[in-house]
Design a protein around this ligand. Structure first.
Ligand SMILES: Cc1cc2nc3c(=O)[nH]c(=O)nc-3n(C[C@H](O)[C@H](O)[C@H](O)COP(=O)(O)O)c2cc1C
Length: 188
């Protein structure tokens, strides 16, 4: 399946990038996944600037059309999501808001990170947005607490539990993709 990994932070020095690189590397080591790595800093979408609701797909801007085609091509998503003030990042919400049908009936998993709470308050807030878009979340979601202790020299150093939960989440992602495929075909 085609898996999109989205880096949900665009700050200079962000820890989200090395965490997403770890996710990418683990997913790409399985022949079940081909990975499209989306760095929202590189994608550089402006604040959502389309006149029509995305459900109409009446896109007017080249950046929206390109983003729509890229998300359409993906079968599932892993969102690498920081926690800012007990919620998720605005840049991630913006990228999600741009589109509608492109997300529908596809699996999603969250890799959250932060301090003592491992970004789980942000992940819980994000869940409402994901279900509204018709995404289906895996039961296993990686949660990384005290994230700064795991990033050295621009590299993420996972604990065994992080690798193990990511492995489970990837298995669930693949199973959900298979289970949801008939629904996607019906909706097409
Ligand atoms: C604006 C802002 C708000 C933050 N709020 C929280 C928070 O609510 N909970 C938390 O655990 N960490 C919070 N942090 C600390 C982040 O977990 C930490 O800075 C982390 O590195 C952010 O991810 P990033 O480097 O990928 O952007 C906040 C950081 C910033 C910049």
């Amino acid at each position: 399946m085609k898996l999109m990994v989205i880096v949900g932070s665009v700050r200079p020095g962000r820890v989200g990038l090395p965490i997403a690189q770890w996710v990418h590397q683990r997913a790409a080591s399985s022949d079940r996944f081909s990975v499209d790595f989306v760095d929202l800093a590189e994608l550089a979408l402006p604040f959502m600037d389309e006149p029509a609701h995305p459900a109409r797909r009446a896109y007017t801007k080249p950046h929206t059309i390109a983003w729509s085609e890229r998300v359409d091509a993906a079968d599932g998503f892993i969102l690498v999501s920081p926690e800012y003030n007990h919620s998720y990042s605005p840049v991630l919400k913006n990228a999600l808001d741009y589109l509608a049908q492109e997300w529908k009936h596809k699996p999603v998993s969250i890799v959250s990170y932060g301090g003592v709470s491992a970004g789980t308050r942000g992940a819980a807030a994000l869940e409402q947005v994901l279900t509204t878009l018709g995404l289906v979340k895996t039961g296993a979601n990686v949660e990384i607490n005290f994230v700064a202790q795991h990033v050295r020299d621009g590299q993420f150093h996972p604990e065994d539990k992080h690798d193990s939960i990511l492995h489970t989440a990837l298995n669930q992602m693949h199973d959900l993709h298979e289970a949801l495929s008939p629904l996607r075909a019906l909706a097409a």
